[in-house]
Write a protein that binds this ligand. Structure first.
Ligand SMILES: Nc1ncnc2c1ncn2[C@@H]1O[C@H](COP(=O)(O)OP(=O)(O)O)[C@@H](O)[C@H]1O
Ligand SMILES: [Mg+2]
Length: 631
């Protein structure tokens, strides 16, 4: 029932938002809130801007796109700042078709859909309200009713420039229905809706031979010609083409460059002059944002064709490359999985990361700079710290590969491979290795991959696996060390006692026999070696620890086993090295002894409770890490 309530609420809300009045009353609204008279382009821009802006470290992120589009901040910023913003200010770019160009499944359609859905919502808000001449199939802008010769006066009074002239249909209605009395014309508030064909249109090319221009610009309604006596009576015309319906809002052209030229010319006149030709009428003014999308190959061949030359200058191309950040790629997959029928499947931690590493690697260009390899570049792009490199290096890397992200593996391929991995497994639980295996197998079936690329891609899968191995080992290590917390503390105290004795040149006392003995050099070294402290550096390290220890003592603070970052790491590694044997035994022996089993169960529980595993994936992880350690 909840959903029906929501449906009802929505309808009620819409009823409340409805408004109808005379043109005179409408002008009062315009006076008070001039934004109701904004152009389609200005409306898109204000929609995006009003949603908010996140500015961090001089990187802009538009809230409008934030939870839907991942990793394309720079492209989106460019789209907004180089197209929507100047277009909103009526600069010349507005007169060009916006063409999103990018590789398949790179998010172009998603961006357009977001704009459409956003528009639908926005037209229901105060700032985004849209008004139209009531009963007009094109939801004509009521301000067109102001006669041309008075528009300067209107500007003086209202500060608003009116573009476009009253359509043939509304001119006739003004005469016939309102006796020419502009102030009486009924105006209503409209709400954009793609379903209801208000302010949002979509055009998809079909067979060029059968595709009719009427799909775009409407057609004569033969059944009413008799009634109105003539084909040129606008009432005998159905203004129901996509361009008509999209007036005031936006129009999406899918696969625009596949369209027949005659269609393109209509678009050009529309964008350039703000009007288009329909039937036998004078030009019809329309105000709409035209967004098209295409891939790079299609665009190149379009450009290469001399016949299209005139069209080039009237298109503004915005590249939408693939995302190049591993962590954002993971979010893309998470979103796609949420939207799929795989939601019941347990996806082990890091499985998506492994896939993301692979995908991003296929999209990156090999850096020219020396001292940096692809993996480092990948990390830098994702905002990780890589020793020896800074932000300036990242900028340089980007600069040397301006066309990056136009090739490589697309997110859909990855999702398809994940879903086939799921189908193959009996239990609905998959891990990183399942995913990588499936990605690898899929390369053979991937039609558009050359042998050369395949070779490269296999190598990237190997890299992704290596990265995953490290993550897996660390994860198990962390979980193990936790359940060995006590041992960690004992080990540290032991180490500290020895270090103290070493630095102060004291002897230690055997706790059992009370005998004097030298500090246990072997024990200390076994810990220090874990973090690569050389024989020469050991003294300095021990002194550093001691200083930290006394600093803590002075402040009355307790020195914990994680009070010194590197020492903590060393202790954990040492413990883990000791534990390797435990893992090996537990994961390979047929009957592990009870104490081992207990520890392992604790670790599994820890992985499940704290790290997002389920019992299948936790056990798989342990087994895998065990096998890694056995190598
Ligand atoms: N950068 C991205 N952010 C969010 N989702 C993305 C991104 N790139 C691709 N996708 C997802 O991939 C799928 C294909 O994207 P789509 O918009 O249809 O691509 P295109 O139109 O460029 O071929 C969609 O499910 C989309 O959500
Ligand atoms: Mg698409």
């Amino acid at each position: 029932m909840d959903i029906l309530n929501k449906v009802r609420n929505y309808r009620e809300e819409e009823n409340q938002l409805k408004w109808e009045g005379t043109f005179e009353e409408f002008l009062a609204i315009v006076k008070e809130r001039p934004e109701v008279a904004q152009t389609a382009h200005a409306r898109v821009y204000s929609m995006i801007k009003n949603a908010g802006l996140n500015e961090q470290e001089n990187k802009k992120q538009f809230t409008f796109f934030q939870n839907e589009i991942f990793g394309l901040e720079e492209s989106l910023e460019r789209l907004v700042e180089e197209y929507f913003h100047p277009a909103a200010r009526r600069l010349d770019v507005r007169k060009r078709i916006l063409l999103l160009m990018g590789p398949v499944s790179g998010g172009k359609s998603t961006i357009v859909t977001l704009l459409k859905r956003g528009f639908e919502q926005y037209s229901r808000t105060d700032e985004g309200a849209v008004y139209a001449i009531k009963g007009c199939p094109m939801h004509e802008d009521p301000l067109h009713l102001i006669p041309q010769h008075l528009r300067e006066d209107f500007y003086d009074e209202y500060g608003i420039r009116i573009e476009g002239s009253l359509s043939p249909l509304n001119s006739m209605r003004l005469e016939k229905e309102y006796g020419g009395r502009v102030e009486d014309v009924i105006v209503e508030r409209i709400f954009f809706s793609e379903d209801k064909r208000v302010g949002i249109g979509t055009f998809t090319p079909s067979d060029p031979k059968s595709q009719d221009i009427a799909d775009l610009t409407g057609s004569i309604d033969f059944s009413t010609i008799a009634e109105y006596g003539s084909e040129s009576d606008p009432r005998a015309y159905r203004f129901d083409g996509e361009l008509n319906k999209a007036n005031r809002g936006m129009m999406e052209f899918q696969e625009m460059l596949k369209l027949d030229e005659k269609f393109l010319w209509h678009l050009l006149s529309l964008t350039q002059e703000g009007n288009f030709k329909a039937g036998r009428f004078a030009l019809i003014s329309a105000d709409e944002l035209i967004v098209a999308h295409t891939n790079e190959t299609e665009y190149r061949s379009f450009i290469a064709n001399k016949k299209n030359e005139a069209l080039h200058s009237r298109i503004i191309v915005m590249p939408i490359p693939y995302n190049l950040k591993v962590s954002q790629e993971e979010r893309i997959y998470e979103k796609m999985i949420r939207e799929s029928d795989m939601t019941h499947v347990h996806i082990a931690p890091h499985a998506l990361r492994a896939a993301a590493i692979f995908s991003v690697l296929t999209r990156l260009e090999i850096p020219k700079k020396t001292g940096i390899d692809l993996v480092k570049k990948m990390r830098l792009y994702d905002g990780e710290n890589v020793e020896g490199f800074n932000d300036i290096d990242v900028e340089e890397l980007k600069k040397e590969s301006q066309n990056e992200g136009m090739n490589g593996i697309d997110p859909r391929y990855v999702i398809n491979r994940i879903s086939s991995a799921i189908i193959r497994k009996e239990i609905p639980s998959i891990n990183a290795l399942d995913v990588l295996r499936s990605l690898k197998e899929g390369l053979d079936q991937h039609a558009s991959i050359s042998d050369e690329d395949k070779e490269k891609y296999l190598n990237y899968i190997a890299i992704a696996r290596k990265e995953y191995d490290e993550i897996a080992k660390k994860e198990v290590q962390k979980a193990f060390v936790y359940s060995y917390e006590e041992s960690a503390i004992t080990l540290m105290n032991n180490y500290l006692d020895n270090v103290e004795a070493f630095c102060n040149k004291n002897k230690m006392r055997d706790p059992l026999t009370g005998e004097e003995m030298n500090p246990d050099e072997k024990l200390m070294r076994s810990i220090e070696e874990q973090i690569g402290i050389s024989e020469n550096a050991k003294k300095a390290f021990r002194e550093e620890i001691l200083i930290r220890l006394s600093a803590y003592a002075r402040k009355g603070k307790r020195f914990e086993y994680n009070s010194h970052e590197r020492l903590r790491e060393a202790i954990q590694k040492k413990l883990f090295a000791d534990l390797k044997d435990v893992v090996k035994i537990t994961t390979s022996a047929k009957t592990p002894d009870e104490a081992h089993l207990k520890k392992v169960n604790e670790v599994v529980a820890r992985l499940i409770d704290e790290h997002g595993y389920n019992s299948t994936s936790a056990n798989e992880l342990l087994k895998y890490v065990g096998s890694l350690l056995n190598r």
